[in-house]
Design a protein around this ligand. Sequence first.
Ligand code: HEC
Length: 156
Amino acid sequence: MRSIPGLSIGAITMLVLFALGACNGPADDTHPDQPVTKRRAVFKQFTRTLEPMGMVARDRKKYNPQEFGVSALELQKLATQPWVYFTPDSNYPPTRANPEVWNKPLEFEQAQEKYQATVRQLVESARIGNLEVIRAAVNDVQKSCKTCHDQFRSAS
Ligand code: HEC
């Protein structure tokens, strides 16, 4: 049997699916300074850095004081970083930030400060090295992520 030259049906299907996906997918960040892309990259780092500490808090990972301390300090370093990218001209697709970020700048700033305070507590808990204190501190950090998202990030 002669094979069909060029693309296989599978490859064509893949291309069609890719094209459809590209049409329906999130908008590209067309801003020359890419503030949405930059702040999102930091938020992803928040998640990545917090995750192992969350696992320690839930007894799903062995507590290693040195490693935990490094993660807590890393999160503290990141905690100041996304906010500068919420510039006045950065409310455009594909952002999921709520208009309240721009309408209620003081409240948004307060939410950042509360969050940073919980991260300082986390660093302190790492220094103390007591698991009960650590669990409470991780919990407070996670709650302050959620509190801010409830008000300032849209669900979709
Ligand atoms: C002071 C408010 C605030 C705090 C605190 C906060 N976030 Fe967010 N977060 C946002 C906003 C606003 C967005 C939407 C950004 C956008 O799409 O432009 C967001 C987006 C994200 C995203 C999505 C990134 C993407 O790729 O779209 C993740 C993940 C995330 N946050 C994780 C966290 C974690 C984890 C914490 C706590 C350790 C946290 N955030 C704390 C406001 C906050």
